[in-house]
Design a protein around this ligand. Sequence first.
Ligand code: ATP
Length: 365
Amino acid sequence: MPMPANTLRIAVLPGDGIGTEVTEATLAVLEPLAKRHGIGLAFDSLRAGAFCYRDTGTAMSEETFAAAAAADAILLGAMGWPAIRAADGTEIAPQLDLRFRLNLYAGVRPFRAIPGVPSALADPRARDIDLVIVRESTEGLFFSRDRGVVTPDMAEETLRMTRPVTEKLARFSFDLARRRAAARGRPGVVTLVDKANVFRAFAWMRGIFAEVAADFPDIDSRSHYVDAMALDLVRRPWAFDVLPTENMFGDILSDLGAGLVGGMGFAPSADIGDTHAVFQPAHGTAPDIAGQGLANPTATLLSAAMMLEWLGARGAGQGFTDAAAELEAAVDAAFAGGLRTPDIGGQDGTAAVARAVAARIGVTN
Ligand code: ATP
C-alpha cells in the first residue's frame, strides 16, 4: 500500500534484552493507529547496543548514527547488557551518546497514574499523580562520563552546568508547564529540584531559573531541595506539576517516580533537543525477564504517543496529535478494562498488551 503524503521517517533502535520485545509490541500498535489517522510512519530499523558491540566491536556505527540523526524522530527500546562491558568496566550505552551528540538536553519523564494500575501508595490521592520530571540530560554530573579521574588513592568526577543549556532547560520547563496548564485547565507550577543550600552551582542554577521565570508570570515558580523532594514524592506526589532538575538527580528521582505509578514498565520518556528527539521507555534491558515475553511494553507505547505528539507540535499535522491522544486513551482504556501485566501481579505478557491496546484503537473516542 502506498504511504500517505505526510509520511515521516522513524528510526527504530530496538537495542538489547527486552528492548527488542517492547519495540516489536509498540510497532504492532502503531501500524493500525497510523492507518486509522491517515498518517505515514516509515520505520527504519537500525542495529545498535551491547550485542552489536559484542558482534561488531562498535555499539553504534557512524552509519547508524547518521541514519538515526537524519530521521524525523528516533524510537528506542533499551540498550546495555551486564555481561558485555567496555574495557573500563562500564556498560555499553550508545543511547547516552545519542543524547550528548544530538544535544538532547530535556529528558522528559511523565509519571501519571493509569486507571486500574495499582500504586505503591495507599492514599487515594495517588490516583491524581500527574507530574513530569525534566531531567537535564547532557551535562550535570554526567558531564564527567568517560572523564572521571581514578588513581589508587582517589576518584574524582566533575559536575558541570552551562548557562545556555540551563536557560534552555528552564525555558523548556516553563513552556511545558504552560501547555499542561492550558490542557488541564488549572495553573501551572514549575518546581526546580536542586541542592542550592550546599553547592554554589545549584545556587547559580536557581538564579538562572529566576531570570527565565520572569518571562512566565502566569506560571508559579518554586524550588525544592532534592532530599526534601525524595520525601515529598512519596508523601504528596499529587501536589507537583513540572520538576526540572540536574542530570543525576533526575536519573534517581525518575526511578522513584516510576515506583509510584506501577514500576519501570509504566515510565515513558522523551529526550528532546532543539532539532532532534529520542523516545524510549525509562527502563533498561531487564536481563532477568528478557526473552520470556513478560516485559510490559506500556512505557514504550506511551513514549511512542509522546513521539506522535512532538511530531504533531512540530507541524507534522493534526493526524499525529490525534493519534497521540488516541494511543494514550487506548492504553488507559485497556488497563481500566482489566489488563494486568506480570509486573503488577497479572498474567498479560508483552503480546497481550499490544493486542489489548490495539483492540481499543478506533473504539475509545
Ligand atoms: P538500567 O541500568 O539500564 O536502567 P537496570 O537493570 O538497572 O537497567 P531495568 O532494566 O530497568 O534496570 O530493570 C529493573 C527492574 O525492573 C528489573 O527487575 C526488571 O525486571 C524490571 N523491569 C524493567 N522494565 C520492565 C518492563 N518493561 N516490564 C517488566 N519489568 C520491568
